[in-house]
Write a protein that binds this ligand. Sequence first.
Ligand code: TIU
Length: 228
Amino acid sequence: MTPQRTAIPAAPAPFLLDPASAALVVIDMQRDFLEPGGFGASLGNDVGVLRRTIAPLRRVLEATRAAGRPVIHTREGHLPDLSDCPPSKLNRGAPSARIGDPGPNGRILIRGEYGHDIIDELAPLPGEPVIDKPGKGAFYGTDLGALLAEEGVTQLIVTGVTTEVCVHTTVREANDRGFECLVLSDCVGSYFPEFHRVGLAMIAAQGGIFGWTATSSDYLAALDASPA
Ligand code: TIU
């Protein structure tokens, strides 16, 4: 049977949503990136600029849950003994605190610490998968690919932070694995407005070289219009 698809206005062309094959991916909406004293702040960033993503993402999360479609959360972080953190990542740059150092929300970017977890506003529901990843991409070193295959997912609705780092890396990984990725422009954010703008443009350039971009309101309207 041909799947029922709903066209979402998108760049560079409409995205044909097949709700039965789509999953929402929420990338790294962790205190470590969005709240003071965490990894993002240690790198010298103004973490407050990411907060505009929270309200639209919450609406997307609730609507996707209500439509009965899978929601997958990811978290970037490392084991307490740092055995999964390559020295190249640990020693890079001149941050105010390094991965594993103590901070106000616990050790920076370490699994199990308060700062590593997802912000309260977007907390996963019981049963929603949370993929812990050591890298920027959500496929590298995780079982995300197997999980999506099990669920019959071929389309990813991509949200989270940051646009040009973990969102981009994940979209590139997913695109090479054959997934159709729709990135929701107001539900992704960067510490750098210019990187955000260009990061989105890069996804949709050259006929959609990595995927599509659309607003969350256009995604929500399509979800509403889709057959149950
Ligand atoms: N620094 C930065 O912009 N991002 C990251 O290190 N990780 C994610 O994007 N999640």
